[in-house]
Design a protein around this ligand. Structure first.
Ligand code: GAL
Length: 416
């Protein structure tokens, strides 16, 4: 009996210790599709295991445009969440407003500088101080395929070039299938567009045109060819594409109704959540012409300045959980991405993820590693928005000529 009392006393003391530090984390994110929600749930579980309360601030909408609008209004009203899913140059913009906390003490004690590739660590810092924590590396330049659809259409292999892609698309069409599953937001159009630019022009051209926004590159013959290829892809999409969410486009592959989808590897999270296996039910390959390149998209959470001590502790525990090898593994197994920590084991990951990890390392050396513009990794948000609109206008309106689109994109690139 005395033993039980002792155990109970220890448990009570432990609970009190947890309670003394227990706080609430309110986390803004836009992970609401099947695979995304499963991934976000892992973070929630970890925070609850540490005794904290998780307040879910999910704003639906792939790519996060709606989430960013909601976040702005919350911060302007002086009531920021603990953390928000923000990435790339937008991290710097938020930090320059003076609303983010300094996570250096935690980063130092957990050796984040050693754990992260420098290109990633630099993006997480503002004026040398950590203000954000990264969760993963998504690769954007993928093409996904439904094995059933390819089989029905007699397509034997994943297309390596755009010519092979169009030949396969013709076969899918002839078999009565939808060759390309596409959705209806400007970030989906641009996800396809940047893979086309990368495949047609290569990494150096991609950098010049879409990252450096060099006028000469933007109005070059290579850009003309990219736009022509991009427009040709549209002829293989179905009339239901406008307005469709990206995960519903992935569902068309899962159901065997469509052949291909050009999408980042969060699409793999959808296949996995639906119980499908890579290499069997669905296929992954680098987008045509992009085998030696890698468009990276690093999801991360910015951490806001908080006043309450318990909330600060919960926030620090959140950042620590995000960076832990255990979380990086389980989260990314669900999300379709790969861990961002250097030297993390890939044993439990599938072949698509293993290929991604290898290509991430190889392209970092070869110069083929480039930031995704579609996913907010490369240029200032205002410029990105303007270019995306110009590209989507071209995609949506067949009356806009290639020459006009080039002019519009070049003008949009000057938006500050
Ligand atoms: C990306 C984001 C991914 C995924 C996708 C669709 O921008 O980095 O994590 O959620 O949008 O929402």
């Amino acid at each position: 009996m005395w033993k039980l009392t002792k155990v109970a006393a220890v448990a009570a003391a432990l609970a009190a210790a947890v309670a003394a530090h227990a706080g609430e984390v309110e986390v803004l994110h836009y992970w609401t599709s099947g695979g995304e929600a499963k991934s976000a749930a892992e973070l929630k579980k970890m925070m609850q295991a540490k005794g904290h309360t998780w307040r879910d601030f999910a704003v639906a909408g792939g790519g996060g445009d709606s989430a960013m609008t909601v976040l702005k209004s919350r911060v302007i009203s002086g009531n920021p969440p603990s953390a928000a899913q923000v990435k790339g140059p937008a991290i710097q913009e938020w930090a320059s407003e003076g609303v983010l906390g300094n996570m250096d003490a935690l980063a130092k004690s957990e050796k984040w500088d050693e754990a992260l590739p420098k290109v990633v660590a630099d993006v997480m810092k503002y004026k040398g101080n950590y203000v954000a924590a990264p969760v993963n590396v998504h690769r954007v330049n993928w093409i996904w395929a439904s094995s059933d659809a390819l089989k029905k259409a007699g397509v034997a292999a994943m297309p390596k070039t755009w010519d092979e892609f169009f030949a396969a698309a013709d076969k899918l069409k002839a078999a009565g299938l939808i060759p390309v599953a596409h959705g209806g937001q400007n970030w989906q159009d641009f996800t396809t567009f940047e893979s086309v630019v990368l495949g047609v022009g290569g990494p150096k051209f991609y950098q010049d045109a879409l990252v450096k926004l060099d006028d000469k590159a933007l109005t070059s013959d290579t850009m003309k060819k990219s736009l022509e290829t991009f427009r040709r892809i549209k002829t293989y999409t179905d009339p239901g594409a406008p307005g469709r969410d990206w995960n519903l486009a992935t569902a068309m592959l899962i159901q065997g109704k469509a052949g291909f989808q050009l999408m980042g590897d969060w699409a793999k999270g959808e296949f996995i959540a639906a119980g499908k296996a890579p290499g069997k039910d669905f296929m992954c390959a680098a987008a045509p012409g992009t085998a030696n390149a890698f468009t990276f998209n690093v999801d991360s959470f910015i951490l806001f300045k908080l006043k309450d001590a318990a909330a600060q502790k919960a926030q620090s525990d959140l950042a620590s959980a995000i960076m832990s090898p255990g979380f990086q593994e389980v989260f990314n197994l669900n999300k379709g991405s790969i861990p961002v920590r250097a030297g993390q084991s890939m044993d439990k990951f599938d072949d698509c993820a293993k290929a991604s990890a290898k290509d991430f390392a190889d392209t970092a050396k070869s110069g083929g590693l480039v930031p995704s513009v579609a996913h907010g990794m490369a240029i200032a948000p205002a410029t990105e928005g303007a270019i995306k609109d110009a590209v989507s206008q071209f995609w949506n309106d067949d009356k806009v000529s290639v020459a006009d689109a080039m002019k519009k994109i070049a003008t949009a690139a000057k938006t500050k």
